[in-house]
Design a protein around this ligand. Structure first.
Ligand code: DLL
Length: 447
């Protein structure tokens, strides 16, 4: 159900592509009315088509007609990743498989993968939302978009691909990996837009340096980086080394994939496509909704999807929402950069630690490259230990006194931000594994 309000106009001078669609600038009350109307329609549909939802809604005595305001959302039971696993592969779909034109799935590191489905309308909606995302970062039909997100069951590749075409850009479907080839084609095709994970963007900068290419001389102007947590410090690092604008884009397969939320050029939080996905922030411990502005777990209700419109899906991602006006004129609610996932939170000697907090603390230390690994273990005395392996820059590595000073500064930085002691191991340049997709930086050996 792509919005009729959005128009594509490639005839504009300069090839400007996508026009801001009217739902992105609705006054709050009008948006809330649209959401409520769509929510009622969705509830009615899933109650008819999905036995599990029918039972759950019946249990709480909720019918679509009972919903009087968006506050009534809170009466709807949550959907979790376990629900998707328990209904593997297709039992939560609300359309017959004959209407499903695409499946994607998570890699399923813990066993059963989670499968998500799209009807033709869903694919169209997804392309529309990704086009919105790209347009918010200034992409037009004049751009050459190099897409280095993985193609396949992962939603990054195809999701961005269709959005790029929708906005009229020239899409180069590279997929992840093979940095030398990425750089060669980036130069030859004069790619102006790069889409990949932030960790892979860093790997590419390094691969360029290794082969004597100055990334700043390439034509890339803007990067759409996401699919993993990253920090403001990492953004500063990428922007300084590449001289591009680095924008944060967020999404998850269960909701639609990339296109759920994205930064605009104001870089002040990610605009959520709330005309399609109603966000809430809940206390992860109690499940109770939290007031606006408080940080907690992000929950989404899909109100326009056809094949898999999940109700109150618990993302496990931690963030907070803001309705403060944005310089870009969009009125949609913004979410702060995701700190991390509930399940990625490490508890080290009783202290909650997000890998992104460690990233923020160490990246500002001079003499350290933006590659790191976090190792949590248990000592013989059954105490948690935290080891952070940091990669030294070439010149820091060559000087023993500087190495000691860098280690000391990083250790102090972590102690000051997190209040816990850790060991720092500085490793030689190139000593930390590089990422081509989502970086795996944490090794927890506590079992
Ligand atoms: O990662 C979809 C995506 C593709 C988003 C390309 C952006 C760009 P999943 O593989 O289902 O989908 O993983 C979703 O990744 O719940 C977050 O924990 C994390 N994540 C995604 N984007 C961000 C981000 C894609 N910008 C999970 N910042 C989500 C922090 C992110 N975490």
């Amino acid at each position: 159900m792509a919005d009729e309000g959005a128009t594509r106009d490639r005839s504009k001078p300069g090839g400007a592509g996508y026009v801001l669609d009217e739902h992105e600038r609705l006054p709050h009350e009008a948006l809330a009315a649209l959401q409520l109307d769509r929510l009622r329609g969705t509830i009615e549909r899933v109650a008819r088509a999905v036995p599990t939802y029918r039972d759950r809604l019946r249990e709480v005595g909720l019918r679509a007609g009972d919903l009087e305001s968006l506050d009534d959302l809170a009466a709807i039971p949550f959907t979790t990743k376990d629900d998707l696993r328990e209904h593997y592969p297709f039992a939560l779909f609300s359309t017959p498989l004959s209407d499903v034109v695409r499946l994607h799935a998570s890699s399923g590191t813990t066993g059963t993968p989670t499968v998500v489905a799209y009807t033709e309308d869903d694919v169209r909606l997804w392309a529309h939302l990704m086009a919105r995302t790209l347009a918010a970062g200034g992409v037009t039909s004049n751009d050459v978009l190099q897409n280095a997100y993985g193609y396949g069951l992962f939603t990054g590749g195809l999701g961005i691909h269709y959005g790029g075409e929708e906005v009229g850009a020239t899409v180069v479907p590279m997929s992840g990996g093979n940095s030398a080839r990425q750089l060669m084609l980036m130069r030859d095709f004069q790619s102006t837009v790069l889409c990949c994970t932030p960790s892979y963007a860093l790997s590419m900068i390094e691969a360029a340096e290794d082969s004597g290419i100055d990334v700043r001389e390439l034509s890339v102007r803007v990067g759409f980086f996401g699919a993993e947590p990253w920090t403001a410090e990492m953004r500063a690092e990428i922007e300084a080394r590449w001289h591009i604008t680095a924008l944060d884009i967020y999404g998850l397969s269960e909701i639609i994939g990339p296109g759920v939320a994205a930064e605009c050029e104001a870089k002040d939080g990610l605009h959520i496509a709330e005309d399609h996905f109603i966000p809430e922030i809940i206390d992860p411990a109690t499940g109770q909704p939290l007031p606006e502005g408080e940080r907690g777990e992000l929950v989404f209700t899909c109100v326009t999807k056809q094949a898999l419109p999940l109700l109150r899906y618990r993302t496990r991602d931690l963030t907070r929402l803001s309705r403060a006006p944005c310089a870009c004129g969009r009125t949609t609610v913004r979410m702060e950069r995701v700190v991390g996932r509930n399940d990625d939170m490490l508890i080290v000697r009783g202290v909650n630690v997000f890998p992104s907090q460690i990233e923020a603390a160490v990246l500002s230390v001079e003499g350290v490259e933006p590659y790191y690994e976090i190792i949590v273990d248990r000592s013989e005395r059954r105490l948690d230990t935290l080891d952070v392996r940091l990669e030294a820059s070439e010149d820091a590595w060559g000087d023993r006194d500087r190495r000691t000073a860098v280690e000391e500064r990083a250790r102090r930085g972590i102690q000051e931000t997190l209040g816990i002691t850790c060991r720092i191991e500085l490793v030689e340049p190139g000593g930390i594994p590089r990422s081509e997709g989502k970086a795996a930086r944490v090794i927890d050996r506590r079992g």
